[in-house]
Ligand binder design. Structure first.
Ligand code: NAD
Length: 422
């Protein structure tokens, strides 16, 4: 294929070298003269292990060139790949000027000589959800006209490479995410990725756009979390290395997908109390664990969000069945269950609530468990109903708040899952 790559930075130039090494004809485009000169002189424009060695055979064979001319780069191109920067703007949002500029340049160049078959234009820069549909498509409509899709096929394909191992990450990425206008695969990009061995996810644009933010924020959470534990260990004379070794060895609960699915707030007998106590310890020794300190507040915010979400789906005074009272199905441990808070808030807001939870018989509860339930929800005995009553009810809304709801036939009701955000 002939491929034009816009932006000869870390992402764009690495992709250019990797793609050219596979035998494609690559032409790089940049606004920076010295980068163009470097590429055309066979010199890698920045340091990245293995890049100079990878580029040399391609520049010698004139399979890898650079230009400032957008029309030259796009002439007979099968694909354009956009890798321009999206730095922070003054308000913290991405500064989208380079994306907007390059999109208009591509649209204007293609409008001069409209390609008969659509050129695939792939965006690899990191951009907020909605950019493809609300910024880039309108630019192509403005430059190419209402029939823009006859000349351009747009794809969003986020980049996951890490600098210093960029080449191996290009060929062996953790995953390939392809966002398209309708969530259907793109054949041209599939052909380009033929040598890449990774799981491929094809989605509409927005899910692909958000993925990159979730990933990078998660990496930042992991680093900040590790360092908070590191600070506590250091202050207490405990070996952080040993604690880390034990932590990562647990691939069932710690380094695993467990606890990462969006859904209910955390609760139960252990998480809230131990996070609270860990906060106390960290404060006491002056370790300043801001991330850990934010966990309970974040959890409260989520409970309020869940309450708001339910009230948007049911008018005050309407009949609601809560399917699940414990923090998860299969237990009658109600201590700090977020579902108890939800029922309390709904009752206070004037909803007519009943609760189904087959694991629960109040007369079997003891100690803290009993105390927590009755001090938070003194009306509980009058609220609990069994499965036949739950299925026979005339509910305006059924809130499935833990997996207990699966035991019921709820097909005739409007339902809202709060234990699992779709
Ligand atoms: N660097 C990384 O490790 C990494 C990893 C994944 C994703 N990303 C994302 O990829 C994007 C690019 O990152 P980068 O680190 O390669 O940026 P960079 O700053 O190294 O390179 C961007 C290049 O785009 C060029 N450019 C600007 N406007 C242009 C235009 N109109 N036409 C052609 N070229 C133009 C700039 O001159 C520069 O050379 C960003 O959105 C970034 O968030 C970066």
């Amino acid at each position: 294929m002939k491929i034009a790559i816009f932006g000869m930075g870390y992402v764009g130039f690495t992709a250019a070298c990797c793609i050219a090494s596979e035998g494609h004809e690559v032409i790089g485009v940049d606004v920076n003269d010295s980068k163009i000169a470097d590429v055309n002189n066979g010199i890698a424009p920045f340091e990245e292990p293995g890049l100079q060695e990878l580029m040399t055979p391609s520049t010698q064979a004139r399979r890898l060139l650079a230009t400032k001319s957008v029309p030259d780069a796009l002439a007979n191109a099968d694909m354009a790949i956009v890798c321009v920067g999206t730095p922070s703007g003054v308000d913290g949002a991405h500064d989208m000027r380079y994306i907007a500029d390059v999109s208009r340049q591509i649209g204007t160049a293609l409008a001069r000589e409209k390609p008969l078959a659509p050129v695939t234009v792939v965006y690899r820069s990191t951009m907020r959800p909605g950019t493809m549909r609300k910024l880039i498509i309108p630019i192509f409509v403005a430059t190419l006209g209402a029939d823009w899709a006859a000349h351009v096929t747009l794809v969003y394909n986020p980049e996951f490479l890490r600098e210093a191992q960029a080449i191996s990450d290009y060929f062996d990425p953790p995953k390939v995410v392809i966002g398209t206008i309708d969530g259907k695969p793109n054949e041209v990009l599939q052909a380009l990725n033929v040598n890449i061995n990774a799981e491929v996810f094809v989605t509409p644009f927005e899910e692909a756009e958000l993925t990159k933010f979730v990933d990078n924020s998660w990496h930042a959470v992991k680093v900040a979390f590790a360092n908070e534990f590191g600070r506590v260990c250091q202050k207490m004379g405990i070996s952080a290395r040993q604690v880390h070794k034990i932590f990562v060895a647990d691939t069932k609960l710690n380094i695993s997908p467990y606890y990462t699915r969006p859904g209910g707030a955390f609760g139960g007998a252990c998480l809230p109390k131990d996070v609270r106590a860990f906060q106390y310890i960290a404060n006491d020794i002056g370790a300043n664990t801001h991330l850990v300190d934010s966990l309970l507040r974040s959890n409260e915010a989520h409970k309020n969000h869940q309450f708001d979400h339910i009230t948007r789906h049911a008018e005050a005074g309407s009949k609601i069945l809560m399917a699940g009272l414990a923090f998860k199905a299969g237990t009658d441990d109600l201590r700090e269950s977020p579902n108890i808070d939800l029922v309390r808030k709904l009752l206070e807001a004037g909803y007519d609530v009943r609760v189904f939870d087959p694991c629960l018989s109040p007369d079997k509860l003891r100690g803290h468990n009993l105390g927590y339930l009755y001090s938070t929800l003194p009306q509980i005995d009058a609220l609990l109903i069994d499965a036949p009553a739950a299925e026979a009810g005339d509910w305006d809304l059924v809130v499935v708040s833990n997996a207990t709801g699966q035991a019921l036939n709820l097909s005739k009701f409007k339902t809202l899952e709060t234990h699992c955000i779709a």
